[in-house]
Design a protein. Sequence first.
Length: 257
Amino acid sequence: MTLDRRRALQAFADYAAHYNAEDPKVKLKIDHTYRVAALCDRIAASLALPRSEVDLAWLCGLLHDVGRFEQLRQYGTFNDAQSIDHAAMSAKVLFEEGHIREYLDEAAEDALLQTAVAWHSAYRLPDDLDDRTRQFCQILRDADKVDILRVNVEVPMEEIYNVSTQALRQSPVSPAVVQAFYEHHCVLRSLKQYPADNAVGHASLVFELCYPESLRAVAQQGWLWKLLAFPTDNAETSETFAALRSEMQRWLTEHLS
């Protein structure tokens, strides 16, 4: 695959220009997209992949969230449970509506790109993926998870979780969510009952990262620790997060050594 990155960047900018970039939620997804593409590039390069494969990983990042803009326009939220599967919408925009050809002329990698985009936010990948497709899915999922930590710090939690400050600061943490964290895996959406559960769930994404470079990015950026410094007036929640920070520090140190 031969990719003209400038063309691809322009195609994304042209598509996003149909939406109001002054809306903070639109800008959030534009900025997130560029950062995820850069992280995909970084992770793929760390694996010593050929330049064309690094370009393909970068393109996965650029494409992964194009459906977010229609999700926001149609439903006014980024909450998939309250609207649509944004990854499926991204695949629809690109491959059913044909926008993929605005990014590149060649169709040779369409199947891989569609799979990576459609599965980037799934709890688990399908078992029947070939090794190459799985690798690109994992690169994209890693990059997306790493940047989600940043988003959850930079954007007020009240806005992300659609709750009041009072509800956020008084929130308990569900025992099932804490258990999933200590089991070192992602938290199922169905387990989350309280606002604080979302912060724990997003921090637990770190346990699912596949590549050492992804963990290095987490350690360098520092957003994880800001996320786990959860603002709370609930004494029990404060103790829970202190313990979670300690466990995450232990786990991350072990896996970075």
